[in-house]
Design a binder for this molecule. Structure first.
Ligand SMILES: [Mn+2]
Length: 384
């Protein structure tokens, strides 16, 4: 029914789309506590369990800091561990150390062990091997891995009641789990098996998600308790592909996952106006939920930027902030400049059938025929 509905109607302008939602499914912005409150809280007793994340470069390190701070703000009782690749700058590592209990540098090329050998066979899977390194954290009995592009909206310590390998369905192929959030048990044996599997079989999608789904290949059918509810890994793409479900369940979301090529740190932020900049009519640049995106930046501005400023001192770094008077020429972060620029020519007139085909192929005319004004009338008639 949903597919049929989406085939019939033109498409939503995403930054305005969420205005259609009931107020309860809009995320509210929580007050943010300072990092100083975290230390030695009596609540923090579960020292053999940890949330684990990964920063492969300085941009992802920003995401990791926001994620770590969001876990702190919701009073996790577990340890926070970040794996960092060799390219993460020293000041970034310093800032990470003030949020995380452990900052582990992982350089697969230097490791001289099974991981290095696997890497030699499959150099294309370097980031994947770095991520698989989380299984070697055997000082912990159980961990929850979370991608750098996730944001926690409430306490999720209950995830530690789950077993390896628990994860939420992937919105693109729900018989696969999404590897942005998963529960696992560190084990050197599992780590070696994963490496061997990875170097022999590669990855069907080129990344860790393909490897992990092939390795833990009974996830879809064997044990429903290993299926995390979708609210533990809510991705923007799912919001826009099934809006009525988001209206119904979105207010329960506990973890947001900024899936896709463009990440929150590719945008910029006008701190004086409290606005995220860099919105674009290009679908690629438009898939992040504007309210969650704002929450990410507010957390970054309040709790992460001061740590970065302290760590970098007089050394310049990319803060992601814009001056209020730079309105007309918004400066995007360097990474965002690498993204293809949205086409500026006005779209030609096309038939309704052709527009439907383009929508189904992901080519969406957000500013024209598929604009908010056009869609709202249609959607109202469906959703009354
Ligand atoms: Mn991700």
């Amino acid at each position: 029914m949903t597919r049929k509905m989406w085939g019939l109607i033109p498409v939503l302008n995403c930054s305005q789309l969420l205005k259609l939602c009931a107020p309860q499914c809009k995320p509210s912005v929580c007050p943010i506590t300072t990092p100083a409150l975290r230390a030695d809280s009596p609540l923090r007793t579960m020292s053999d369990q940890a949330f684990v994340t990964l920063a492969t470069n300085d941009s992802y390190a920003k995401g990791v800091m926001v994620l770590g701070q969001s876990l702190r703000n919701h009073h996790t009782t577990r340890k926070l561990v970040v794996l960092v690749g060799p390219h993460v700058a020293e000041p970034c590592r310093d800032a990470l150390r003030s949020i995380f209990d452990e900052v582990c540098v992982v350089d697969v090329m230097d490791s001289g062990d099974a991981a290095h050998l696997s890497m030699m066979k499959r150099p294309d899977l370097g980031v994947t091997f770095t991520k698989l390194h989380c299984w070697t954290l055997t000082q912990y009995s159980k961990c929850v891995f979370m991608d750098a592009d996730t944001l926690v909206l409430s306490n999720i310590d209950e995830l530690f009641e789950r077993e390896e390998l628990s994860a939420a369905p992937d919105p693109g192929w729900p018989d696969c789990f999404n590897s942005g959030v998963f529960v696992f048990r560190p084990s050197n044996e599992t780590h070696e098996k994963l490496l061997a599997f990875c170097s022999e079989n590669g990855s069907f999608d080129g990344g860790d998600q393909g490897v992990l789904n092939s390795f833990f290949n009974t996830w879809a059918t064997a044990d429903i308790s290993k299926h995390l509810p979708f609210i533990y890994n809510l991705s923007s793409i799912a919001i826009y592909s099934y809006l009525p479900a988001f209206k119904q369940y979105g207010h329960d979301a506990k973890v947001v996952h900024f899936l896709g090529k463009v990440k929150p740190w590719h945008h910029s932020y006008d701190a004086q106006r409290g606005e995220v900049k860099g919105h674009s009519p290009s679908p690629d640049l438009c898939q992040l939920h504007p309210d969650y995106l704002l929450m990410w930046w507010q957390l970054y501005a309040k709790s992460v930027l001061p740590l970065m400023q302290q760590a970098y001192g007089d050394t310049p770094f990319s803060s992601g902030f814009v001056e209020a008077n730079e309105d007309e020429e918004v400066k995007l972060h360097e990474d965002a400049r690498e993204q293809p620029a949205p086409a500026s020519a006005p779209p030609p007139q096309i038939s309704s059938e052709e527009r439907k085909q383009r929508w189904e192929a992901g080519q969406i005319d957000y500013m024209g025929a598929d604009s908010f004004a056009n869609i709202e009338r249609k959607l109202d008639s469906f959703l009354k």
